[in-house]
Structures are given as structure tokens and as C-alpha cells.
Design a protein around this ligand. Structure first.
Ligand code: COA
Length: 207
């Protein structure tokens, strides 16, 4: 984070509001603003003090950095490319625990009560949501979302654009390939090597 920067949150939905809340708690920004690709969502405030403004003027702001806060992995990927990864800022809630020996990618969000352990590596524009745990030596790919209370045991490898649902668990050392959805509460006990939707205990392919 650069204390001289304005932070613009791209995405005026519920997740954008959570990121704005964390950015205000994080502090150090000259201003926190927000925008959205939908012009109907570009007026008023996302939260008190976080003004919404039109997309074009917002992305043209000099001295601004951006955080893409949209739920869909594909949309997050698209918007990240449109803005440019070098202009992205991570937002880390001060109540998250992130090891100084972990790596957090550009534009990634780490919510309150999340834990990212040493030698974990989290990609670009990824979401580590409330209370999620990324244990030691895990690798989490770009645009992935680890939902609230989901947990990765040590040395797990998660691909790009994966959605790991609330409270889902992945046992130590396993891998999940790109473009997988894991349902809420699932327990992944064997590596997942085919894109698809998986759920249950143990996790089985639904689609
Ligand atoms: C797994 C999931 C993606 C499937 O969604 P879907 O494709 O719309 O599937 P459906 O709701 O049509 O359910 C299909 C079947 O899977 C079952 N199922 C759905 N979610 C399940 C889950 N989490 N665990 C176990 N079974 C599940 C349904 O009961 C249904 O079974 P049936 O065919 O025997 O009736 C979704 O249910 C889910 O768990 N999403 C995660 C939500 C979440 O964690 N959000 C966090 C936001 S931050």
C-alpha cells in the first residue's frame, strides 16, 4: 500500500462493500472511492465516506490504485486485465493474520479473521474470505475465491478461478485444478484433476 494513493474499489455489490469496510479499517489511503461497470450503481455511497463515481472517470484517476471486488472469477480476471495488474492494490483487513513469510498477489483481498500461514502463496485478484485458513506451503491460483471459513490444510495446491464454498476443507498435500467449484461444507479427500462442480463429504462430482 502507498499512503499517497486513492483506492478505487471496482464493484459496488456486497463484496465491494466488504472490501471498502476493510480498506477503511486498514487505513493509509488518501481516499477510498468505488465504481462499477453498471452505470446504475455509480451514484451515492457504497459505505459512508466511500463515494461511488462513474467507471470511466474513476479508472482515469491519476494517483489511484484499484481493487477489483466482483464475485465472478471470470469478471475479476477480465477487469484485472483491463486495469492492469501493476495498478492493483491488495486489501488486507487489520484483523487478518498474514505471515510475513507468506506472499499475497496484487489485488488480492484478505478478510477479517482469515489466516495465511508462512510460505503460503496466494495469487492475483484472489479472495480469502472471512475466517478462511490457508495453511503453510499452500499455493492458491489467480482469481480464486476461498469462501468464509473454508480451510486448506498444509501444502495444498489450488488452481486458478476455483471457488471453494463456505466451510469446505481440503486435506493436506492435495491439489485442485483450475475452474473447479467445491460446494459449501465439502471435504476434499482426493485431488481434483477435472474442472467441474464437486460437493459432499467426501466430495464427489455433481456436474
Ligand atoms: C455446490 C453448489 C455450487 C451447487 O449448486 P447448484 O449447481 O446450483 O446445485 P443444486 O442446488 O441444483 O444441487 C444439485 C444437487 O447437489 C446437492 N448439493 C448442493 N449443494 C450441496 C452441498 N454444498 N453439499 C452437498 N450437496 C449439495 C443438492 O442437494 C442437489 O442434490 P439432488 O440432485 O440429490 O437433489 C452450491 O450448492 C454450493 O454449495 N455453493 C457454495 C455457496 C457458498 O459457499 N457461497 C459462499 C459465498 S461467499
Amino acid at each position: 500500500m502507498d499512503a499517497k494513493n486513492i483506492l478505487v474499489i471496482v464493484g459496488a455489490g456486497g463484496h465491494g462493500r466488504v472490501v471498502a469496510d476493510a480498506a477503511l479499517a486498514q487505513g493509509g489511503w488518501t481516499r477510498v472511492a468505488a465504481t462499477d461497470g453498471d452505470p446504475a450503481r455509480c451514484a451515492g455511497e457504497l459505505l459512508p465516506g466511500v463515494a461511488l463515481q462513474g467507471y470511466e472517470p474513476a479508472v482515469a484517476l491519476r494517483d489511484a490504485v484499484f481493487h477489483v471486488a466482483v464475485g465472478s472469477a471470470r469478471a475479476r480476471e477480465h477487469e484485472t486485465h483491463a486495469i492492469g495488474a501493476q495498478r492493483l492494490a491488495a486489501v488486507i483487513h487489520p484483523a487478518a493474520t498474514v505471515s510475513p513469510f507468506a506472499e499475497i498477489g496484487a489485488g488480492t483481498f484478505v478478510a477479517a479473521q482469515a489466516v495465511v500461514a508462512p510460505r503460503a502463496k496466494v495469487g492475483v485478484s484472489t479472495i480469502v474470505n472471512h475466517g478462511a485458513v490457508i495453511d503453510h506451503d499452500c499455493v492458491v491460483g489467480d482469481y480464486t475465491h476461498i469462501a468464509p471459513q473454508a480451510s486448506l490444510s498444509g501444502a495444498v495446491r489450488i488452481g486458478a478461478r476455483v471457488f471453494l464454498g463456505s466451510g469446505a476443507r481440503v486435506l493436506p498435500g492435495l491439489s485442485v485444478c483450475d475452474d473447479v467449484v467445491v460446494g459449501a461444507g465439502a471435504v476434499v479427500i482426493a485431488s481434483i484433476t477435472e474442472p467441474g462442480v464437486y460437493a459432499g463429504v467426501p466430495a464427489r462430482r455433481l456436474k
